[in-house]
Ligand binder design. Structure first.
Ligand code: G4P
Length: 529
C-alpha cells in the first residue's frame, strides 16, 4: 500500500486552456487514450455524435449538444494519477471556467498554430498568472499550414508576458510537415500521418544523419540547420524554477489529431509540472502533505438529477486524505458533518469514492449549504482557505419576473442560482426591492440557462433586457459613498449581494474618466470575497 505522501506526490491536477477549436478536446482524448481510460478517441465530447459522455447533466446541454459546466476527469498514466479539469469553451464560457483554474496546480495552453494567441486564451491566461502556476504550451495542428514558429513564440511572449522555451522545434508545416527536432535528445522525430493510432514507429534521426537532406529536401534541411543554431544560441535557457513560478513556458509543437508529439508532450509535462501545491489559508500556507484533511468548494452544479432538486458541490482536496464517512467541519456553516455520496469522475463514469487525496476533486451531495469558496476540513484542525475571487462579468441584463405574484420564487431562484455562482446579481442603488435585478454573466449562454432554470425549477417566467454596459469594477474604498462620485452620465452605480459598491461602465473611456475625476477612487477588476 502506498503511503498518503506517496499518493499525493504522484498526483497531477491541471486544466487545459484554449480558445474554442484549438484542439483541447482532441488533446484530452489522446491523453485518456494513453492512460487506457478510453478505448477509442472521439468519445469525450461528441459534438457531432449523440454522445455527451462527460457532462450530460443538464437538459440544456443535451438540447444544444454542448457542455455548459466543466467536469473533472481522472486517469492513471505511468504511475501518475492525473486529474484534468475541463474548462468549457465557445459561448458557454462562464465564471466556472475561471473558477476551475483556482483548483488547478498547473495549466496546459493549447494554441492553434495557424492562429496564435486568441481571445479566450488571453482571458484564461490572466487568471493563471494571477496564481503564478506553471503553464505549458502545446502548439497544435502542425499538420496544417502554420504560422512561422518564431512569430508564434514572439506573440506568446509579447501578448502574454511570459518567456518561452521551445522543447522541440518544428520542421515545416502542413503538407510539408516533416516532424520536430527534440532539443534534449538532439534528434529529429519524423512525422508520419498515422490516422490517430497510438502505436507510431517514431523514426529518430540525428542532425548529421546522412540521409537527412534527402528526407527533408534542400530547403527544409537548411532551414532546420539555421533554426537549431539560432534557438540553441539565443532565447531563454531551460530553468525549472522559472517554469515553476509561471515565468517561463515550455513550448511543444505537435498535432493532436494525428497523434504526433502528444505522448512525448504528456511525458515531459508530467515530469516538469508540479504535484499538489500548498494553498493560502488564514493560518498560513497549508502543506498538501499534512495529515489533516482540507478542501475548498470551487464549483456548484445544480440539478444533475431532475427528479431531485439536488446540487453537487465540487471540492478540491488541498491536504491529507479523504475517507468516505469521515467527520469533517464545514467552516463557513460552523457545522460538523459527513460528506454524503462523495463522487469522482473516473474517466467517464461517476463513481462513489472511498478515499481521495490532496490534488483530487470530489463532488458531494449538497442540500444547499455550500457556497463557492467554502472550506471543509478535519474538525481537529480548523482553518479557512482564502476565498475565490469573483470575476468581472462581461454581459449585463435587467431581469424581472413577468408575474409579480411570483416575487418570492423569483428572489429565491435568482439568489440560489447566484449562490451557485452561475450568475451574479446586482441591485441598482436605492431601488428598494428585488422586483428587478441586474444580472451579470461572464458568458451570454448563462442568460439562457437562467431563464430555463427559473422556469423549470422555480416556475417563474422572466423578461430580460440587455444592458449596454461593458465593464464592471468593484469600488475598493469601502468608506466611499458612491453618490459622492463624479461620473459620466452613462455610468451606473450598483451594489452586489454582499453590499459592495460597484460601477458599470459603457466603455473603457468612462473608467478613465471616473479615475481622473475622483482622485481617491480605487477600482478593482475582481473582488476577493
Ligand atoms: P476544442 O476542444 O479546443 O474546441 O477543439 P477540438 O478538439 O474539438 O478540435 C477542433 C477541430 O480541430 C476539430 O475538427 C478537430 O478534429 C480539429 N483538430 C484538432 N487537432 C487537430 C490537429 O492536430 N490537426 C488538424 N488538422 N485538426 C485538428 P472539426 O472538424 O471541428 O470537428 P470533428 O468533426 O473533427 O469532430
Amino acid at each position: 500500500m502506498a503511503s498518503i505522501a506517496e499518493e499525493i506526490k504522484r498526483r497531477r491536477t491541471f486544466a487545459i486552456i484554449s480558445h474554442p477549436d484549438a484542439g483541447k478536446t482532441t488533446l484530452t482524448e489522446k491523453f485518456l487514450l494513453y492512460g487506457g481510460a478510453i478505448q477509442l478517441a472521439g468519445s469525450v465530447k461528441g459534438k457531432k455524435t449523440a454522445k455527451h459522455a462527460v457532462s450530460d447533466w443538464m437538459e440544456i446541454e443535451k438540447q444544444r449538444g454542448i457542455s455548459v459546466t466543466s467536469s473533472v476527469l481522472q486517469f492513471q498514466y505511468e504511475g501518475y494519477c492525473i486529474n484534468i479539469l475541463d474548462t468549457p469553451g465557445h459561448q458557454d464560457f462562464s465564471e466556472d471556467t475561471y473558477r476551475t483554474l483556482m483548483a488547478a496546480d498547473s495549466a496546459v495552453m493549447v494554441i492553434d498554430a495557424s492562429k496564435g494567441v486568441e481571445n479566450q486564451t488571453r482571458k484564461l491566461f490572466k487568471v493563471c498568472t494571477m496564481r503564478n502556476i506553471p503553464i505549458f504550451t502545446f502548439i497544435n495542428k502542425m499538420d496544417r499550414e502554420a504560422r512561422n514558429p518564431y512569430d508564434l513564440l514572439e506573440e506568446i511572449e509579447q501578448e502574454l508576458g511570459i518567456d518561452t522555451y521551445p522543447v522541440n522545434w518544428p520542421i515545416g508545416s502542413g503538407r510539408d510537415f516533416k516532424g520536430v527536432f527534440d532539443r534534449k535528445s538532439q534528434q529529429i522525430v519524423a512525422f508520419t500521418a498515422n490516422n490517430g493510432q497510438r502505436e507510431v514507429e517514431a523514426t529518430a534521426l540525428t542532425l548529421d544523419a546522412p540521409d537527412l537532406k534527402d528526407r527533408l529536401g534542400e530547403e527544409l534541411y537548411q532551414t532546420l540547420q539555421d533554426d537549431v543554431e539560432l534557438i540553441e544560441g539565443a532565447g531563454a535557457d531551460f530553468d525549472q524554477s522559472r517554469i515553476d513560478s509561471g515565468k517561463l513556458t515550455p513550448v511543444f509543437f505537435g498535432s493532436a489529431l494525428t497523434n504526433f508529439g502528444v505522448e512525448p508532450f504528456l511525458e515531459d509535462f508530467l515530469r516538469m509540472t508540479t504535484s499538489p501545491l500548498p494553498r493560502k489559508a488564514d493560518i498560513g500556507e497549508i502543506d498538501p502533505f499534512s495529515e489533516d484533511f482540507s478542501a475548498f468548494v470551487f464549483k456548484i452544479q445544480a440539478n444533475m438529477n431532475k427528479a431531485h432538486r439536488d446540487r453537487i458541490a465540487f471540492m478540491r482536496i488541498c491536504s491529507g486524505k479523504f475517507e468516505k464517512g469521515m467527520d469533517v467541519l464545514h467552516v463557513q456553516g460552523e457545522k460538523k458533518m459527513k460528506l454524503s455520496q462523495p463522487q469522482q469522475m473516473m474517466a467517464q463514469e461517476r463513481e462513489i469514492v472511498d478515499e481521495a487525496y490532496a490534488g483530487d476533486i470530489i463532488g458531494v451531495f449538497d442540500p444547499g449549504i455550500f457556497s463557492i469558496g467554502d472550506t471543509v476540513c478535519s474538525p481537529s484542525a480548523k482553518m479557512q482557505f482564502e476565498g475565490i475571487p469573483t470575476f468581472a462579468p462581461e454581459h449585463f441584463a435587467i431581469v424581472e419576473q413577468k408575474d409579480t405574484l411570483k416575487r418570492k420564487q423569483f428572489i429565491k431562484g435568482t439568489s440560489q442560482i447566484a449562490q451557485e455562482g452561475a450568475i451574479q446579481i446586482f441591485q441598482e442603488l436605492d431601488s428598494g426591492g428585488m422586483e428587478r435585478v441586474i444580472v451579470g454573466v461572464v458568458g451570454v449562454l448563462q442568460f439562457e440557462v437562467l431563464e430555463y432554470r427559473l422556469k423549470n425549477e422555480y416556475n417563474v417566467e422572466i423578461r430580460q433586457q440587455g444592458l449596454p454596459y461593458q465593464f464592471i469594477r468593484w469600488i475598493a474604498n469601502k468608506d466611499l459613498d458612491p453618490k459622492s462620485l463624479n461620473l459620466t452620465s452613462d455610468t451606473k452605480r450598483i451594489q452586489d449581494l454582499k453590499g459592495n459598491n460597484l460601477l458599470l461602465f459603457s466603455n473603457s473611456w468612462g473608467i478613465q474618466w471616473a479615475l481622473d475625476h475622483n482622485p481617491t477612487l480605487e477600482l478593482q477588476e475582481f473582488s476577493k470575497n
